[in-house]
Design a protein around this ligand. Structure first.
Ligand code: NAD
Length: 540
């Protein structure tokens, strides 16, 4: 297929209606975008961080002004309610606000202690990579696109962005918003299309790649990026577990576990995808879950006052995954206690029991409204099951005893552990977020999201080497004893280690040169002074 002639249709998943299209960016256009961003980067990077932050604040104003336009587009594009889309905007703007405010501090120069090389100054600066390629998913088409773009820009990079083809209308809208800030427009380019355009962006050799997407795409992009040794940051899939311990508040665990499983139709990377419940509270928990699930009305509305708790799945591939996992589980003995039926792109919130890890829905990402519940013997069993996953994004632990919950949470192989709630860690704009194992190597939220778009450049600054500086003296031959004196004085563990090599050095005059002695004397005296100061400081 020739991408040149291809268009991506904008389809409302709830109604099936086509509401627009965008032409796919060609390979040549992707390469051109990358070259243009490379040419523009030094101009952007030359602006002080505070100036970049000032320009980013203009974009923040534009996003707030465009909130209604954005929620309308996301509602059509994705199927989520206007309210849920607004929640995305709030999370996004919170991050933009914090990053613009704190980036000058995060990206500022850092003094480095000189160690024993105290006649010069040392410091680090954060240097942008250059051109960052950002490839995004469809499930949070604002919040998973704008914060990394803004973080990369604040760090001094220019950016080529490829939004998901499944939320292409939102991608086009975001591009338009950047055009509303003329001071920012020259430093961001959007390319539109499916995985082929994403692959072209990888081939265009950006200086850094940032992908949010599935594990499968992450693996493909990692291989392609390796061809050019392009550094690659990735935020991939989740299979988040919820653990209901014996002493949990069952009603609250059921209420928020159901919400965590079905919010945005289960299409969040941090959705509750599997639940492990202590056998003593299992029956009570399952009964409470069914009661909560029954309240989950399903439907679609384009109004800001949407009455439904759950909307459609966003595209056919998600329906296929959910249905195939459901069929696989039922085939292997699972029982559906509620839901399971599909009408159009709507699948009912579905609760399953009698599940185990031979079933795909317990080990592979579902990204849909399935809530499988498994009985466990004790905490050890729950932890073992939760950790039995290739992925490790977030996990949820329920217990009335916070120390108990913490002890369990500490043993979970995840990037974020949330105690007595579900998904509520994600909106906290400065709490580092990201996964372990196949779930990713990047961190969003907070300083790490901005600084990961830089590398550290170190500076060593001062006058030319001074002849009385012991660090200069040891560059010449014949200073073995001086080297040992320095070793002992600064790093000696016992008083003997500290003093003996110094006395040996002072008593020994290998070259018999008065000048060397005098120089060494002054040098050693200063060494002793500074060494003692360092020791006194270390003891304080
Ligand atoms: P996806 O992997 O299908 O697509 C992600 C992006 O990669 C899209 O823009 C797509 O066009 C592009 N792409 C596809 N093939 C490519 C290729 N060969 N080269 C370059 N780019 C290519 O993922 P999705 O369905 O859009 O998103 C859902 C996935 O994202 C889920 O697995 C979810 O868990 C994950 N996700 C993770 C996080 C996180 O923070 N860890 C957040 C949200 C979503």
């Amino acid at each position: 297929m020739d991408p040149r002639s291809d268009c991506i249709d904008f389809i409302n998943p709830a109604t099936g209606e086509k509401f627009g299209e965008v032409r796919m960016t060609t390979e040549e256009e992707v390469m051109l975008a990358r070259r243009e961003m490379a040419a523009a980067q030094s101009t952007w990077a030359a602006k002080p961080v505070k100036e970049r932050a000032r320009i980013v604040k203009q974009f923040q104003r534009v996003v707030i002004d465009a909130a209604d336009e954005l929620t309308a587009i996301v509602n059509q594009d994705h199927g989520k309610s206007r309210g849920d889309a607004l929640h995305e905007i709030v999370m996004t703007v919170d991050k933009i606000h914090q990053y613009a405010r704190l980036s000058p501090k995060w990206l500022g120069r850092k003094r480095i202690p000189p160690g024993i090389y105290f006649f010069r100054r040392y410091y680090t600066e954060r240097v942008p990579f250059g051109v960052v390629g950002i490839i995004g998913p469809w499930n949070y088409p604002i919040d998973l696109m704008l914060p990394p773009i803004i973080a990369a820009l604040l760090a001094g990079n220019t950016v080529v962005v490829k939004p998901s083809e499944v939320a292409a209308a939102t991608g086009v809208k975001l591009e338009e918003l950047f055009r509303r800030v003329p001071e920012l427009t020259p430093f961001v380019r959007f390319v539109h299309g499916d995985g082929r355009v994403g692959a072209a962006l990888v081939r265009s050799k950006p200086d850094l790649l940032f992908l949010t997407g599935s594990v499968k795409t992450g693996q493909i992009v990692a291989r392609a990026a390796a061809e050019n040794m392009t550094p690659f940051l990735y935020e991939l899939g989740g299979k988040d577990a919820m653990l209901v311990l014996e002493d949990a508040d069952i009603k609250a665990a059921a209420q928020w576990g159901v919400w965590g499983a079905f919010y945005t139709t289960g299409q969040a990377c941090v959705s509750v995808e599997r639940v492990y419940v202590h056998h003593k509270v299992y029956d009570a928990f399952v009964a409470a879950v069914l009661e909560e699930t029954a309240k989950f009305s399903v439907g679609y509305s384009a109004d800001i006052d949407n009455p439904y708790r759950m909307g459609p799945l966003t595209f056919q591939r998600q329906c296929d995954i959910v249905n195939s996992q459901l069929a696989d589980a039922i085939d292997k003995g699972a029982r559906v206690l509620m839901g399971g039926r599909q009408t159009g792109m709507f699948i009912e919130p579905t609760v399953l029991v009698d599940v185990d890890h031979t079933m795909k829905l317990m080990t592979e990402e579902t990204f849909g409204p399935l809530l499988p519940i498994m009985k466990v013997f004790d905490d050890t069993h729950a932890i073992q099951m939760a950790n039995h996953s290739d992925m490790g994004l977030s996990a949820y632990v329920w217990s009335r005893d916070l120390n108990h919950a913490k002890r369990v949470a500490e043993q979970l192989q995840v990037g974020v552990a949330n105690i007595n709630d579900t998904m509520s860690h994600y909106p906290v704009s400065l709490l580092p977020f990201g996964g372990v194992k196949l779930s990713g190597n990047a961190r969003t939220h907070g300083a790490g999201e901005v600084t990961q778009f830089t590398h550290t450049k170190s500076y060593a600054v001062g006058a030319p080497p001074h002849p009385l500086d012991p660090a200069t003296m040891v560059r010449y031959p014949g200073h073995y004893r001086l080297g040992k004196a320095i070793l002992g004085l600064f790093f000696g563990v016992t008083p003997q280690q500290r003093v003996e090599p110094m006395l040996d050095y002072l008593n020994h005059d290998p070259q018999g040169q008065a000048v060397t002695r005098a120089a060494a004397g002054v040098g050693v005296a200063s060494l002793v002074g500074l060494g003692l100061t360092a020791l006194i400081r270390a003891r304080k």
